[in-house]
Design a protein around this ligand. Sequence first.
Ligand SMILES: [Zn+2]
Length: 487
Amino acid sequence: MPKVLIPTPLRQFTGKQDAVQVSGSTVGEVLQNLTSQFPDLRKQVFTDEGKLRSFVNVYLNDEDIRYLNKDASAAKDGDTISLVPSIAGGSTLAAPPPETSSEALSKDEILRYSRHLIIPEVGVEGQQKLKASKVLLVGAGGLGAPLGLYLAAAGVGRIGMVDFDVVDFTNLQRQVIHATADVGRKKLDSAAEKMQAINPHLKIVKHEVALSSENALEILKDYDLVVDGTDNFPTRYLVNDACVLLHKPNVYGSIFRFEGQATVFAYEGGPCYRCLYPEPPPPGLVPSCAEGGVLGILPGTIGLIQATETVKLILGIGEPLVGRLLLYDALGMRFRELKLRKNPGCPACGQHPTITKLIDYHQFCGVPQPSAAAAQQEAPVNEGEIEVTDVKAMMDRGDSFLLLDVREPHEYQICNIPGSKLIPLGEVPGRLAELDKNADIVIHCKSGMRSAKACGILKQAGFAHVRNMKGGILAWSDRVDPTVPKY
Ligand SMILES: [Zn+2]
């Protein structure tokens, strides 16, 4: 029987299994059989009309079925079928020599870079190219940390960084460019200081803004290539489209829990992010690192693959990671490679592109603007929501109600509100019978997103009194009980 590999974000729908043996003689049959076995997965992977959703790609061994026989592609014993959804995300081309700008090296620099200079593929000429190069890092977080440190050390002459965040305690587990004493500082200042300490020859340009449709082209145009270290879909599509419009290579990496992806998009003749994923996943399906977690070392591995590709592209050596999606599974310690093709019908880089200027990416991805979300925190409670302080008052009065926690068991172990009942969001539809339809139910999660979904599920199932605890257990820790740890 063919084997179907299930990626982490979809395992919640397959009883946590990472691979399932499924019968069927074509890919379509296998997927039908798989999703009859796991009906919740069907809703995620197929539209109501039975069409495969466009944020999921299906590979038969290393080939995208869109370029085989689609659903009718024959599948046999021993074949591996992979579902590859976009995460928060061929033809091998020889690298052409880049523009031959170069800058002379000083005596200090010759000593500093001596281990590069004695590699024939780099040499003085290559090191001068690195010195003349201009690289933009989008994000000074998990991926940006190893990228910033190593690209600075390697002698890239000018590094721009886009970030507007400050260092948080929860960053330190992976963002090794920031130290404990940097908590509360601007990430740009903290990162620039470390990079400058490693290499005083480096010129750092700080762009302390949120990259947007209004400023992206203006910022990107001055760089030779762009390295995407973002953690959200709106910025990913924005970086992709801006790189396609400006003809700049986009060195892509993305991470989730124990898995990573890397490739180079928008490189002459190669595919772009939209060739792979024309549309983003529905909001909330693919959790961010903040919601889903990430192994602290993982961004190091993926960031350094991006750094390697960046240096190769600048030097014009080797085989760039173009037309190939590298998948890394840290738990299995396996790298796999899938072929990526340029889609002639791609809305960004196809023959008749429909994206000829930057669009509203928050709207495109169905997520509210960060500023709007922040404003909402101040806004009065919406219908169906309840403040943490009001929940506390209900408890103190001894009101009869059920506090339902829809986080995962491992989150419940970190902290919980005494008296709450735990049913993880994924199990809610199957466990409705445990709940009283007429009871007063308050639902909470970490920050309020998952509990909002759970409220929707319960209301649809006919529950009469359901409210979402605004801000989740984080707000509870802030405003009711500071002894509850935040994570
Ligand atoms: Zn494309």
